[in-house]
Design a protein around this ligand. Structure first.
Ligand code: SF4
Length: 367
């Protein structure tokens, strides 16, 4: 059983003397950092690891999403825990945060090493961005080499990418067990999200145990089938209400879950080839603009393949990327006879847990 540990506890338990690089969400090149001996930590799911948003609120407007506000609070208050930060052009909100974080907030501290990657997001039918991406990857490797004082190793990169492929395959296997009712969705979410601060070896071990300990038989075929979509999974009380209302999550389109583990390129000694494959064939996401044309069809196809009767959208308040898409997706799903429920989560959603749970129960009854 995986406990619901916070990110700080996971880092302390799993760093094993390694330097820690705090990576901005959503899809950082974690394999590259692990191959250099870093523990890469994807900076989301931080609610349990911060006390409040006092420091963040001095720098970020309250109408930024909770993920960005919690990230800034965590990065400033846990500065001693992180040895470097990495960011890429994931969304407008995240793009502007490095300027806030780069310089120390305490004069006694030194500046952080900051690693950057600019991911080309052009339509590949009109322009091939491979040369640009290659340059970016090579530049990033040089930046990391300068900070680490060690050279990039193609062999270590190959071994690391092999492990990530295994880990993502296990996530998919566990997702299928959830769909069969043999594994609880909350435990699945906790295990996958714990991987964001654990390193790939520990994550493989945990997932193997999760899959091994799944119930041998499907429990009930009476459950109502739903797909869950959003940036983060619903909060635990909402998942509890879903399970108590007889809903079974038959597939997910969550950025921190399926969109992160749904595709893993072939292991490679070449980071340029690997990241070209990773980002060009990534599970479509609202933040990967070059995949936006495929996005709605992918979700619709997921709903039909999994024979879902309903879709629950978990919106992160103030996330424009996701919100622009909802009306069109809702229209497409209603044409297919699929029910939809829209829930909104924000930094203060603990106070709304009961309201969300009531809406989930009503949705399940009406499906
Ligand atoms: S929730 Fe949306 S706005 Fe916030 S960091 Fe994620 S993609 Fe960016």
């Amino acid at each position: 059983m995986i406990s619901s540990e916070g990110v700080c506890e996971l880092i302390q338990k799993n760093r094993e003397g390694r330097p820690v690089v705090g990576c901005f969400p959503l899809y950082p090149p974690v394999e590259l950092f692990e191959s250099f001996g870093f523990l890469p930590v994807v900076l989301w799911n931080l609610k349990r690891s911060i006390k409040n948003l006092e420091t963040s609120d001095r720098h970020i407007q309250p109408y930024a999403c909770g993920i960005a506000r919690e990230l800034v609070q965590f990065a400033i208050s846990e500065r001693e825990t992180l040895d470097a930060i990495f960011f890429y052009n994931a969304c407008d909100t995240l793009r502007n945060l490095p300027e806030i974080l780069e310089l120390p907030h305490d004069p006694a501290q030194e500046s952080w090493p900051v690693f950057r990657l600019h991911l080309p997001q052009v339509d590949r039918t009109q322009c091939n961005p491979l040369g640009y991406l290659e340059n970016e990857v090579v530049r990033l490797i040089k930046e990391v080499e300068n900070v680490c004082g060690q050279r990039f190793s193609p062999d270590r990169f190959l071994t690391t990418t092999e492990k990530y492929k295994v880990m993502r395959g296990l996530c998919t296997e566990a997702e299928d067990l959830v769909a069969q009712g043999r594994l609880g969705f909350e435990l699945f979410c906790q295990t996958v999200l714990a991987g964001c601060a654990s390193g790939v070896d520990v994550q493989i071990e945990r997932l193997e145990r999760l899959v091994f300990e799944a119930r041998p038989e499907e429990v009930s075929t009476e459950k109502k089938r739903v797909v869950v979509s959003g940036i983060m999974p619903p909060r635990p009380p909402v998942i509890g209400a879903m399970e108590a209302s007889g809903l079974c999550v038959v597939a997910n389109d969550i950025a921190s879950l399926k969109r992160s583990y749904g595709f893993s390129p072939e292991p490679s000694r070449s980071p340029e080839t690997y990241y070209d494959a990773l980002y060009s064939r990534h599970v479509p996401c609202t933040t990967l603009l070059h995949t936006s044309d495929e996005r709605v069809e992918t979700l619709v196809e997921m709903v039909s393949r999994s024979r879902a009767q309903g879709v629950i959208f978990c919106g992160e308040k103030f996330c424009e990327h996701e919100y622009f898409e909802f009306p069109y997706v809702k229209k497409r799903l209603s044409e297919m006879g699929v029910s939809t429920l829209f829930l909104e989560f924000s930094v203060d959603d603990d106070q709304l847990a009961a309201a969300h749970a009531t809406r989930v129960e009503a949705f399940a009854e009406m499906m």
